[in-house]
Each structure stands twice: as C-alpha cells, then as structure tokens.
Ligand binder design. Sequence first.
Ligand code: BEZ
Length: 253
Amino acid sequence: MSLPSDGQHWHSGHYAKHAGFVPTFGLQVVALLAPQPGERILDLGCGDGVLTEALVKAGAEVIGVDASADMIQAARGRGLDARVMDGRALAFEAAFDAVFSNAALHWMTEPDAVLAGVARALRPGGRFVAECGGHGNVAAITVALLAVLARRGIDGRAAIPWYFPDPDSYAAKLAAHGFVVDRIELIPRPTPLPTDMAGWIETFGGGFLGQLPAADRPAALAEAMDLLAPCLRDASGRWTADYVRLRFAAHRP
Ligand code: BEZ
C-alpha cells in the first residue's frame, strides 16, 4: 500500500476496519512464496505488518517497508523490523532471498523504478512473488468516482492514483528488468466488503474525492454509491468490490 497519491492518506485503524480481508486473502500469496526458515525476505508495501508477521512466524528474517509512517508505526507495534521507504528508491543490494508484496504494487505508479529496486535488492536466484490489483480492478468503482467528478466539471482520469497492469505488459516489464517469469495470471475476485462502500471509498478514494471542497464530499460520496448500488449492492444491502488480482512469481537468474 505504498506511495499514496495526493489526497490519499493512510490510517492503519481505518484500513484494518474497512479492508481487514486484505491480509486474509494475502495468505494465498504467502503460500505461493513458501517462505523457508532462515530466508531473508523483503515485504514491499508491508502496511500494518499482518503478513510480515506471518513470514516471521514461518522462520524468515523479514524487513518490511512502506511509504506510510502511520502503517510503519503499526507494524513496529507488532515487534517487526519495519522502515519507512519509498518503493521507487529501495535501498538494498543483493540483500534478500525473496521479495514479497501483497496489495501494494498498484499504488506505486512508477513500476520501472520499483522493479529496478526489487531486482537490485535480490541476490542472484532470488524470487519475487507478489499480488496486486490487475487490469479491470475496481473498474465500476473507478468509473463511478470519475462520473461524480465529471458532473462537477473535473476530468479525474489523469489523476487516477492506481496502476492495474495486465499480465502481458507486466511480464514484459519483469523481463526487461532481468526477471524470469515463472507464472503470472489475472484472477477476478469479487470481494464482499466487511463494512460498506462508503467505508471503502472513504479509506481508498481520497485521490478522487480529495479533489473536491470538503463540504461537497459527502454529496459526491452519496452520488457514487447511488451509481454503484445496482451493480455492487445485493438485495440484502451487502456491498461487494469488483476486485481483480494480478498474481505472479518470478526470479532473478
Ligand atoms: C486493491 O487491493 O486492489 C485496491 C485497494 C484499494 C484501492 C485500489 C485497489
């Protein structure tokens, strides 16, 4: 969850309440990584450290990095080695057996700088195992937020705070940075929300609604929910987010 754009501020408490499912699903990515005792692992975009802790429990030596000081404070509260760091400027050289990342790479909208840093951080033979939002992720939510901005004369497309690559283009980027791609796939994963769409948008939609005067944001939020309800709210009032994951495993030769 590194590198929030302008208007996106992280609050570990909101995140745990409205997106507590993120580390739960992330355990599948931990399983794909298959951390081994004694391995040195970098958790890129570690957030509040729930999955970093799972890697430590598997016996690995783990460093977590995230751009959000609030998240890093929460991760340190778990007793983890967690550091505030910009994903575009990873300060490690051949230091890790693996780099792991869950639900974070899509916030890092300069992927080449990130991949260069990951390649640098890994020892030869080291692996890069990750999942992030992929092509089509939260498409309905994004269109609804763009629509409420458009009604107010704002074209929000240039300021979309997310990067959701398709497998072919991301595989090409990995290869360009010297990785061998072992697998890469797009996984549609409609995700029931633990609270509701207002909580999700308030937690993650700051890059959109933050462009509006504060007094107008509640009305804009209500309009976005009204647009989304026919697609993402079921008959019992439960909301689902239209998540699509890009999951991959690659290694440095
Ligand atoms: C995601 O995990 O795919 C995601 C979360 C919040 C905003 C955008 C994407």
